[in-house]
Design a protein around this ligand. Sequence first.
Ligand code: BGC
Length: 331
Amino acid sequence: MDKSIYQLKNDNGLIVEFISQGGKITSAKVPSGNDYVDVVIGYDTIDEILSGDDYFSAMCGRVANRIADGKFTLEGKDYQLAINNGPNALHGGPEGFHAKFWEVEQLNKSSYKLSTTSPDGEENYPGELKVEMVYSLNNDNEFTIDISATTDKTTIVNLTSHPYFNLKGCGNGNILDHLLEINADTMTPTNENQIPTGEFRNLDGTAMDFRSAKAIKEAIESDDEQVKLCGGIDHNWVINKNENACALRLTEPESGRTLELYTTQPGVQVYTAIHFDGSEAGKGKKPLEQFGGIAIEAQNYPDAINHPNFPSPVLKPGETYKEQITYKFGF
Ligand code: BGC
């Protein structure tokens, strides 16, 4: 079992750390005066990480997010996945990519390659899936994840990284005052089981419209029917297609710290840590309170395999799944 903590550091003093299990990004230490602030939600020690929340900063797959009733049909064959979230399959199942110890290889001073092979039939997904991710940090304060995957049988794939951020620092209160901006004209509303209805909802005049930056609490404290369904924000936005544009920007108004998302992915699931309840301690033994972090997960839309009007998650032999997720830190 590889319990190492791997580190990338750039010339500006920004440090990003990760581990082999799930490729979990265990910290992003942002310089602040003569010190730094760790803006990633997590724990102090490797043992706490390994026994802690499964998804903190993990690579989720084979299929991140929900699949309704864990069911899908591919090339005429029905598949049943493990049910691990209400009536649904979530984040690749109990032995998903978050739980795997990935092989880690340093490529150069600023990047590492993480790889894993998921055998044919693992978690009931067809095909042997080979996945590689390159984690790199540059001097523009961009931490980039380049993901690629290939299969030997037709299968489905949706890979995302699941870090929770709090730009005040892990354990320093909640993110309700953070300003959020999302470059999206529509989102995919869900039913009571958090499965998309298939609609692309125009955000004009709704609390979920983040095209201009506004405090997250404005949506959470609204009476928006989607917010009421899950007690906060746990939704997928359809990123407007304009190459290289910033998909999402988070700003902590007091410190001015920012986090920007750039991605090739079609959607972003934003999850405001609704299930945190203060009973668990994170870094510095500080309790992780409700809304204590915001997960920013660039990915395909939830349950895409069961919605022909969503981007297809199907990957065939000979094709390469290729996506990029960049988190850019401003400080
Ligand atoms: C989901 C949440 C879920 C969380 C688990 C998010 O991606 O959208 O509903 O509770 O992952 O960590």
